[in-house]
Design a protein around this ligand. Structure first.
Ligand SMILES: *Cc1c(COP(=O)(O)O)cnc(C)c1O
Length: 397
């Protein structure tokens, strides 16, 4: 199409505000209403028939979807350039339901070792109970990844960037491996967000986000989303209707509200995080800083090619032992000590004592979770104030 007919692709800043919204809304409200209803009424038998026999699009029962959710799904689909989106009550619900919809007993799956702890746990422990075999491949070893695929492999799964070292998976290679073996490719793109990375444009089949993080952006909801081609996403939708991990309307409203400022937030988080990473890299109290857009990062080149920004997470090791780490943490005044990431507030986590507290020191060290490691989830405060708070902590090391 040419000239006037050509529909211009809108910017992500515009889409985050308008995409998915109906132009006409209940009572002419500017915001999408929260449809707080567990069931939907039929006027008469004719309306039932129109729905059951003639597939009229409407709502029936809350577990099968609600109007506020539909708007959120349409907006998220546009942000990632997906044909279809499916929302869940949490990121883990999106991951587990998707996996269960794609496999059956006797199947095999491949996942990289640097994935979210609960994702690995689900694949390693629970799937095994149902006769589904899982190979865990070292992140970044593309040959091992390729070699691990068998005749009964259903899908290959990775995160990018990963937690906490922010390793970046080469999407072109991921797609090539998937295509060569005709297996479904899945990327958990939570850390990147659709602002920084759009795996579907690389031909990846399915993308998953924990909406709890940057998409919601205010540390006040749990949400998950699956994105991809209609046929595949709707296959998962069928199981979702039975599993029942649905997201409620109020949560969808908060997500829609959070999404309006999503690109503004992530743009600021990218800028803040890069400045902080550069500051940390040159700091006398820091052993090492990890950030995909630092030249010293192992995957700097891939990150620069496939990501718009390095994201809001910076990981670093301090020069000091466990006691020094605790002194550093305890003297922060603005930065909150809390798990999670993606919200407007800057948060810090000490993986050794929080996420991995059940592990022995030896087990932790094998996974790179050393005593002096911190993960900073950068917020949208003034970067100088974040740095001043860190400086306060470093003075105590
Ligand atoms: C947080 C997170 C999840 C899990 O999402 P929830 O919303 O907490 O269930 C999965 N993957 C990644 C990369 C995450 O950061």
């Amino acid at each position: 199409m040419k000239g006037k007919d050509r529909k211009q692709e809108k910017s992500i800043f515009t889409k985050s505000i308008h995409a998915g919204e109906d132009r006409a809304r209940y009572a002419d409200s500017i915001t999408t209403p929260i449809v707080q209803s567990s069931t939907y009424t039929f006027k008469d038998s004719r309306e039932i028939e129109a729905y059951t026999k003639n597939a009229k699009k409407r709502y029936e029962y809350g577990r099968y979807g609600n109007p506020t959710e539909k708007v959120a799904e349409r907006r998220l689909a546009e942000l990632d350039g997906a044909e279809e989106a499916l929302m869940f009550s949490s990121g883990m619900m999106a991951i587990t339901t998707t996996i269960l919809a794609l496999v059956q007993s006797g199947d095999h799956i491949v996942i990289t070792d640097d994935c979210y702890g609960r994702t690995l746990e689900f694949c390693r422990t629970y799937l095994k109970r149902f006769g589904i075999e899982c190979t865990i491949v070292p992140f970044g070893d593309y040959e091992a990844f390729d070699a691990s695929i068998k005749k009964n492999t259903r899908f290959i799964f990775s995160e990018s960037p990963t937690n906490p070292y922010l390793n970046v998976f080469d999407m072109v290679k991921f797609k090539q491996i998937g295509e060569k073996h005709k297996v479904i490719t899945i990327i958990d793109s939570t850390f990147a967000t659709p602002y920084n990375q759009r795996p579907l444009e690389y031909g990846i089949d399915l993308v998953i986000h924990s909406g709890t993080k940057y998409l919601g952006g205010h540390n006040d909801i749990l949400a998950g989303v699956l994105l991809g081609k209609k046929e595949l996403v709707n296959k998962v939708r069928e199981l979702h209707k039975s599993m029942g991990g649905v997201i409620d309307a109020h949560c969808c409203y908060l997500l829609l509200r959070g999404l309006k400022t999503f690109p503004l937030r992530v743009k600021t988080q990218n800028e803040n995080a890069l400045k902080i990473a550069e500051y940390l890299e040159n700091h006398p109290k820091i052993e090492r800083a990890y950030y995909p857009f630092l030249k010293s990062h192992a995957h700097y080149n891939i990150a620069r090619t496939q990501m718009k920004g390095g994201g809001g997470v910076v990981t670093f090791t301090i020069k000091g032992d466990l006691d020094a780490a605790k002194r550093f943490m305890d003297s922060l005044e603005m930065i909150y000590i809390a798990p999670s990431l993606g919200g407007v507030e800057t948060l810090i986590t000490h993986p050794a004592t929080v996420t991995y507290y059940r592990y022995t020191r030896e087990q932790r060290y094998e996974l790179g979770i050393v005593d002096n490691l911190f993960r900073l989830a950068v917020g949208i405060e003034d970067v100088e104030d974040i740095i001043a708070d860190l400086e306060r902590g470093f003075a105590k090391i």
